[in-house]
Design a protein around this ligand. Structure first.
Ligand code: ZN
Ligand code: ZN
Ligand code: FE
Length: 773
């Protein structure tokens, strides 16, 4: 800063701020801070963040810059702040909010959606307030953001709220610096905001002047209502009504996959689940995700909501519409709130789609005329020892970037196939998309492409490099190839488990080298086998596969994912003599099926070899009684986890070879216990503890060999909280630093971040050599 002289008593500077600075009340808060300090100047939104010019006496300006982070609203976050120019003072003492500039480099400053704040809730419940019961109440601190954003910077004219001009009363609040809605971009009131409609299905051609009351009535009588939320429609029904839940499952063709619920308030959540402090914090946080909590056995929610599981996904009403629905003594304590789609398709965002395509699923539709600009599913998070563990990162978190430890040219990482999200980088920032889902579905593939175009538009980038998985048949690999050919982009392929591990490193801004444990479903390996039980030494650029679970055939490839007894047969054949294994399997399958599967298993064209840990979980689950068919991904493993009993029951034997871990001993041990009629819960627990011991031993060995003391844990199996609860403290007590996921999922929903970070690292010209190998 220039020295100031008594002749130059005023100073004017420009402050540029990047981070979460739009749609969170940033400009009005700064306005008030500057005005109260007697400073003049301006503030405006830009595609990169906000730009402030402030002038006043040098001491005040100095104080403002020094303590800038104390001046910002509580939901804002500063990633970068520059005071880059000394301007000549204009002699003004007025401070004003001026119109946004649309020029400049975009950093996608659109904030994620924010759950209703305490002040807005207060107004909803205050019968004398003009917004009492208003289902679209928002302010500078809360409301829809990303899901209604059309362009950058985030303002009313660049969002879906542009369709609703402010009435006189609202305009007055918007202009009044002392009002809490001063410059609130998404605000409205019953006179000027969106409106609600209830449509029964089939439609009865009468008007329904009380849409919320009609919806409640239908829900209370066991009906299924499609309810338009922030990122799309939910299907709702009474979560305490077994026949309503059965109907929703039947109509959606979703027999077992757990359904999320929304409970009326925190105390209802506590009636339903045993909720610890970490979980409470997540439930009431601004993103308001679905939180995975332990279900109370005597709670009011019917078992059919999450059959065979001990945990249940629960969230709080995060919009005034949801809160309003529950505000009636007749309403049940919780509603099933599952995405409104057919299995695997994108969630419906328009009433026409619900009406045209999902008529047979719903009894009524509660909808409004504020368009969903960006489809977005609910996020799902668990809490492990007080740390959040994301399982789906979507509404409430997207499009907030993850800041990487390095910058580089823009990269487009296409992710994997299941639970897809992609990433686009700009500078040091990686922008992960919302949850897209299974991209082998044609509608999801379109959703993927449209969302990618949206992201690159909003960010104003055209990536030079596209990076994808090694798997030749992933739709995202094909898409990447086509894009690279069509637009001449640099194509890069990254091994699946290296990407998992790199995502874990990247979210902590680490660079490695580290020991990596990727326990996963399946991912394509360098040798063409399906990997998924991997110990690596890796960094953000390269990896060495040092140790893995032994290979067994995966009979019929992906079909084995749907039929866990196929993996049971495979592991039994690996553990016992051929004929003995077949004989044992007669406990589960008829001899003809066993023979047919054995033939498939012996055909290496039909049965790729796999080191998958997830498939080992499937095999053990099938041996201790999991039914013939999984109806959702990971079902057998989830149910196996749910069977675990607290307590020490010992472990099974395994052999640690030079490069592989032999699993026959585990399977023989499980079989022996079954012969002795050991309780399945004890077998499940012993198996979990064995898995934890294998990981400990593998890490111990690699630590000894390499002197590396940092361990990254990733892959789908690392969503298993029973495993993590034991594993993480055990690793730490051996002096290892544990990196586990807290910002992106350990499952394939986080893989794009790892791909992006590996690509950036490989593109970096300065250090050509990896620290690995
Ligand atoms: Zn609010
Ligand atoms: Zn109004
Ligand atoms: Fe994976």
């Amino acid at each position: 800063m220039n020295p100031t002289s008594p002749n130059n008593p005023r100073q004017r500077v420009r402050i540029r701020v990047q981070g979460r600075v739009q749609g969170v009340g940033f400009r009005p808060t700064i306005y008030r801070a500057m005005t109260s300090r007697g400073c003049g100047g301006t503030i405006k939104n830009t595609p990169g963040g906000v730009e402030i010019e402030v002038e006043g006496n040098p001491e005040t300006i100095h104080g403002i810059i020094e303590n800038f982070s104390d001046l910002i609203p509580k939901r804002a976050r500063i990633d970068d702040l520059t005071v880059d120019e000394e301007l000549s003072p204009e002699g003004t003492s007025d401070f004003s909010i001026i119109s946004s500039s649309s020029s400049g480099d975009s950093l996608l400053p659109i904030p994620p959606d924010l759950a209703t704040c305490t002040d807005c809730k207060g107004e909803l419940n205050n019968e004398r307030d003009r917004r009492a019961g208003y289902p679209f109440n928002t302010c500078t601190c809360c409301g829809p953001r990303f899901t209604i954003a059309r362009d950058v910077p985030f303002d009313r004219p660049t969002s879906a709220m542009d369709d609703f001009p402010l009435c006189e009363a609202c305009q007055k609040e918007y202009n009044d610096p002392s009002d809490r809605r001063f410059h609130a971009q998404t605000m409205s009131c019953p006179d000027c905001g969106p409106s609600l409609t209830f449509t029964p299905v089939p439609s009865d051609d009468t008007t329904h002047p009380h849409p919320i009351a009609d919806t409640r009535r239908m829900l209370v009588s066991g009906g299924i209502v499609a309810i338009k939320g922030l990122g799309g429609f939910h299907l709702a029904c009474d979560a305490t009504n077994a026949s309503a839940v059965a109907r929703i499952r039947k109509r959606k063709n979703r027999p077992h996959k757990p359904l999320a619920i929304m409970a009326a308030d925190l105390s209802r959540c506590e009636d339903i689940g045993q909720i610890n402090d970490g979980e409470k914090k997540l439930l009431t946080s601004p993103p308001s995700p679905i939180v995975l909590v332990r279900k109370r056995p005597d709670g009011p929610v019917v078992d059919l909501v999450a059959p065979g599981l001990q945990k249940i996904g629960i969230m709080l009403p995060y919009t005034p519409l949801h809160a309003q629905l529950f505000r009636s003594p007749d309403m049940p304590p919780a509603l099933v709130m599952t995405s409104c789609n057919r299995s695997d398709e994108p969630i419906a965002t328009s009433v026409d789609t619900v009406h045209d395509d999902l008529m047979d699923i719903v009894d009524g539709i509660l909808w409004h005329n504020r368009p969903v600009e960006n489809r977005c599913d609910d996020s799902l998070v668990a809490s492990v020892n007080g740390t959040p563990l994301p399982m789906r990162r979507s509404r409430g978190y997207v499009p907030e970037p993850i800041i990487l430890d390095m910058a580089g040219p823009s990269v487009f990482a296409t992710g994997a196939m299941w639970k897809n999200t992609f990433a686009v980088t700009k500078g040091r920032r990686a922008f992960l998309s919302q949850h897209i889902g299974n991209v082998s579905d044609a509608d999801n593939a379109r959703h993927f492409q449209n969302t990618y175009e949206r992201f690159s538009d909003l960010l104003n980038v055209s990536p030079e490099t596209v990076v994808c998985d090694l798997h030749p048949d992933y739709p995202t690999t094909r898409f990447a190839r086509e894009l690279s050919e069509r637009e001449g982009l640099n194509l890069m392929q990254v091994q699946h488990h290296h990407a998992h591990l790199a995502s874990c490193l990247a979210e902590g801004e680490g660079t490695g080298p580290a020991i990596g444990v990727s326990m996963d479903g399946t991912g394509y390996g360098d040798d063409g086998c399906m990997w998924g039980g991997e110990f690596m030494v890796f960094d953000e650029r390269d990896y060495q596969r040092r140790l893995h679970l032994e290979y067994v055939p995966m009979p019929g490839g992906d079909q084995a994912v749907l039929e866990p007894h196929r993996m049971a047969l495979s592991h039994m054949k690996n553990a016992f003599a051929d004929s003995e294994a077949s004989r044992h399997m007669e406990r589960y399958l008829d001899p003809a099926t066993i023979d047919a599967l054995a033939n498939i298993l012996n055909d290496s064209d039909l049965s790729p070899r796999t080191s998958s840990c997830g498939r080992l979980f499937d095999a053990v689950a099938a041996l201790i009684g999991f039914g013939p068919e999984a109806t959702y991904q990971g079902q057998a493993a989830c149910e196996l986890e749910a069977m675990c009993k607290p307590g020490e029951y010992g472990t099974y034997n395994y052999e640690m070879g030079k490069e592989t871990i032999e699993l026959g001993g585990i399977i023989r041990g499980v079989w022996e216990d079954l012969q002795k009629s050991v309780h399945p819960g004890i077998i499940a627990t012993k198996f979990h503890h064995t898995t934890s011991d294998i990981i400990l031993a593998g890490c111990g060995r690699l630590c000894e060999q390499t002197g590396i003391h940092t361990v990254a844990l990733s892959g789908g199996v690392m969503q298993n909280t029973h495993l993590l609860d034991r594993l993480i403290p055990a690793l730490q007590s051996r002096g290892l630093t544990v990196l586990s996921h807290s910002r992106v999922p350990p499952n394939d929903g986080g893989i794009a971040l790892g791909q992006a970070s590996i690509a950036l690292s490989r593109l970096r010209p300065d250090d050509k050599h990896s620290k690995i190998g």
